[in-house]
Write a protein that binds this ligand. Structure first.
Ligand SMILES: [Fe+2]
Length: 284
């Protein structure tokens, strides 16, 4: 049975309970698709914001006539840079997506929407933040013929999700997982605020990320040491926290003694409303 939500119509449909297919507004995507003759071609750029050491990811389907694109974890300070790149590459930005409510930078989603009004913001329903579209585990976010599936990976925050490229012959190989702060390269996000839980984070990573094929490429929301990408196999072996047993992991997380993030009191309230506090509901 089809199920629509007010904010999703007309391009989001559910094909089975709890599974939403989010389709690009433009073009003529069909479930049989032109992929058999014309495989989707992924455009991929990893972008960096140096003050918060945040990675923003630009993905697009270059084989689709309108080259629909999305940005994962855009930052307000680098939104203009990202939008200029979107223009230069001839892409049509349709989504600004967050992996979670960030505490160390203000999201660029709201700002991007004021500059590109056709863009829709996406965040998990579990985050309780404002956005145009709320996703849940199992949802699929299409841009052209390529999609991201949504996996719940709470633990750093309650509403953290990981976006994973689809499984199938017409999807990027190896698969790619955008892990937010759930799993960092040789590390992980802290678990001592925003509904964090080391117990939950351990389960999230082991059940939702480490079960992916070992060659799955891992792209985190941050890196502080200069790493850009890892793989599931590599982190299972060498992540100094998550390669350990659960009790050891919990012990490590309990004894990090981290300082209060300096941007927290600004970033969290702003990110709850898409990055534009002053305009509140209109922003998202
Ligand atoms: Fe975070």
């Amino acid at each position: 049975m089809l199920r629509f939500r007010l904010f999703e119509a007309p391009f989001i449909q559910s094909f089975k309970p709890h599974t939403f297919l989010i389709r690009a507004q433009m073009g003529s995507y069909s479930t049989t698709s032109s992929s058999a003759q014309n495989s989707p071609k992924l455009v991929f750029r990893q972008l960096f914001e140096k003050e918060s050491s945040t990675y923003t990811y630009l993905l697009a389907d270059a084989s689709h006539p309108q080259k629909p694109a999305l940005l994962i974890d855009p930052v307000d300070k680098t939104a203009d840079r990202d939008l200029a790149l979107v223009k230069e590459l001839g892409l049509k930005l349709i989504y600004a997506i967050n992996t979670h409510v960030h505490a160390d930078h203000v999201t660029g989603s709201g700002l991007i929407k004021t500059k590109f009004p056709g863009v829709r913001s996406i965040i998990s329903k579990a985050s309780n933040a404002k956005a145009d579209i709320f996703v849940e585990p199992g949802d699929k976010i299409y841009f052209g013929d390529i999609f991201l599936e949504v996996r719940a990976t709470p633990g750093h925050t309650l509403g953290c999700v990981t976006y994973v490229t689809g499984d199938g012959p017409n999807q990027p190989q190896p698969r790619m997982a955008f892990t937010g702060d759930a799993l960092l390269i040789r590390g992980c996000g802290r678990t001592d605020f925003q509904g964090g839980s080391s117990d939950k984070l351990y389960d999230s990573v082991h059940s939702q990320i480490f079960k992916l094929p070992k060659d799955t490429l891992l792209y985190p929301a941050h890196d502080y040491k200069g790493f850009t990408v890892s793989t599931v196999g590599e982190e299972m072996l060498y992540n100094p926290r998550l390669s350990k047993d659960k009790e050891t992991f919990k012990n490590i997380m309990q004894n990090l003694n981290l300082s209060y993030p300096k941007m927290m009191d600004v970033a969290v309230p702003a990110n709850m409303v898409c990055g534009l506090q002053e305009t509140k509901s209109e922003a998202c």
